[in-house]
Ligand binder design. Structure first.
Ligand code: NAD
Length: 461
């Protein structure tokens, strides 16, 4: 894939800064019009999007529609319905010391924002942040992932057709393009990707003090407690773990199951995997492939980190690995220390909830956590004592799919969040304004005031 040069990206940014200064992107009607255009542009290209996702990842049409296209429509609809309310200046109370004045908060766009996207949901993770960026009144440059080249080219085509590059531009390419972009003085950087590259992005941003959102990854634990509804837990875990062949940032990474229900859960997961993907998942035309040879080799290496109790089949020429359950894994092995990001599910067991909590808390804070239990006390123990980006009780993945919940990590799994109103807030600076009255003037604050100190002490104690 051709890389964009420093001069090219500098030119794009200069054009965007110039356009932003025209104030056009700030009009609420303009923003709504661009969101409407975006939805229409995606609608017109639905079949091409499905095809590109099939070529790059062998995604099924159902998965492509629900996790890449439909979810984007939902985000656009939700935003368009509420945007007029969100952009309004928000009046706030004033302090006693400020009597006579009024305070308000004005959301303002940052300016030109940079969005860097990964390959696993290559369409949605590039365009969903764009909805927030447009809604907040910014211009944007998107850098899609070079690993999903068909989707990258299609995003460039669609957006080029819809917008002038002085407003929304796509810079295709890999690491070199990404680094050329990171050298530019953007007003905001929204990055989705790995922890390793997240550190590179933050370092580059720190040189210009550019604010960032980092949507990263990590190892998301899935706890199945002894009182869980095992049949439902198995269904929902298998759904969450093996969607897109496990290449989901919030996929259950490893299982922590109570010893008393381990055998029953494993049995139920085996039945569910067969039900969802058939006896030969690697031959199933709607089961995703691993994105490339590098990741395929990395993942097959994990198969030696434990005992395969289900699955384990692989196809070198199709880059596919069957849904696999791995028992007897050591907590120090690569499959339990690195983010798996594939269809391999290590099984760990525990006998007390404390043990599970201590295990999770001794590791970096996860992006997601899933707990299966029917006991509120158990739920409170986990949500109260374990720090994680977000998660579900008695489900997997679904917290990402509602625009009412902010989505993001904590600690090593990221900083900041988005979706729905949170996207608008992420891409807006909250400008505070105090409007003072001219009808009277308290002189006690001035250096010449006689009883100034006495009064200030009375008011501020
Ligand atoms: P990645 O970090 O390798 O790449 C992400 C983007 O950064 C790509 O556009 C890539 O071109 C660019 N990039 C790569 N190396 C770079 C460098 N040295 N300097 C500058 N830019 C560079 O991630 P990936 O492999 O595309 O995606 C998988 C990772 O993303 C996983 O860790 C996953 O958990 C995470 N992820 C997180 C979320 C989330 O919403 N939190 C969503 C999807 C994926």
């Amino acid at each position: 894939m051709k890389e964009a040069s420093a001069a090219e990206v500098n030119q794009i940014l200069q054009n965007q800064k110039f356009y932003f200064a025209s104030q056009e992107t700030k009009s609420i009607d303009f923003r709504l019009e661009q969101l409407k255009k975006l939805k229409a542009g995606v609608k017109m290209n639905e079949q091409k999007i499905v095809k590109a996702l099939a070529l790059d990842l062998n995604k099924s049409e159902l998965e492509s529609y629900s996790t890449e296209i439909g979810i984007l429509y939902e985000e656009i609809n939700f935003t368009m319905k509420r945007l007029r309310k969100w952009v309004k200046p928000k009046k706030v109370r004033t302090a006693l010391t400020h009597t006579g004045s009024k305070g308000y908060i004005l959301p303002e766009p940052y300016g030109a924002v940079l969005i860097i996207a990964p390959w696993n949901y290559p369409f949605q993770l590039a365009l969903s942040p764009l909805v927030g960026a447009i809604a907040a009144g910014n211009t944007a440059v998107i850098k899609p992932s070079e690993l999903t080249s068909n989707v990258s080219a299609l995003i460039a085509d669609i957006l080029q057709e819809l917008y002038p590059s002085s407003y929304i531009a796509v810079a295709e390419g890999g690491v070199s393009t990404s680094q050329a972009l990171l050298d530019q003085p953007f007003d905001y950087i929204f990055f989705t990707g790995s922890v390793r590259v997240g550190k590179v992005v933050m370092e580059a941003a720190s040189k210009k003090l550019t604010p960032v959102t980092l949507e990263l990854g990590g190892k998301s634990p899935t706890i199945v407690h002894e009182d869980a509804n095992i049949r439902l837990a198995a269904k929902r875990i298998v759904f969450g773990k093996f969607m897109n062949a496990g290449q989901t940032c919030i996929a259950p990474d490893y299982l922590l199951v109570h010893t008393n229900v381990k055998a029953a859960l494993i049995e139920a997961m085996k039945v569910t995997i067969k039900e969802f993907y058939g006896e030969q998942p690697i031959e199933n035309s709607s089961y995703s492939k691993i994105v490339n040879g590098h990741h395929y080799n990395r993942l097959t290496g994990y198969l030696n980190d434990g005992t395969i109790i289900f699955g384990g089949e692989k196809s070198d020429d199709k880059n596919r690995i069957a849904p696999t359950l791995l028992d007897k894994v050591s907590p120090d092995s690569p499959v339990m220390t690195e983010e798996i990001f594939g269809p391999i599910f290590p099984v760990m067991e525990y006998t007390s909830l404390n043990e599970a909590i201590t295990f999770i808390n001794s590791r970096p804070k996860p992006l997601a956590l899933y707990l299966f239990t029917q006991n509120k006390e158990t739920e409170d123990q986990i949500t109260g004592r374990v720090s994680f980006g977000g998660g579900c009780i008695n489900d997997a993945l679904m917290h990402i799919a509602t625009p009412y919940l902010p989505f993001g990590g904590v600690g090593e799994s990221g900083m900041g969040n988005y979706h729905g109103k949170y996207s608008f807030e992420t891409f807006s600076h909250s400008k505070s304004v105090l409007k003072q009255t001219n009808r009277f003037d308290f002189s006690f604050r001035y250096p010449s005031a006689k009883n100034g100190l006495k009064l200030v002490k009375k008011l501020l104690k």
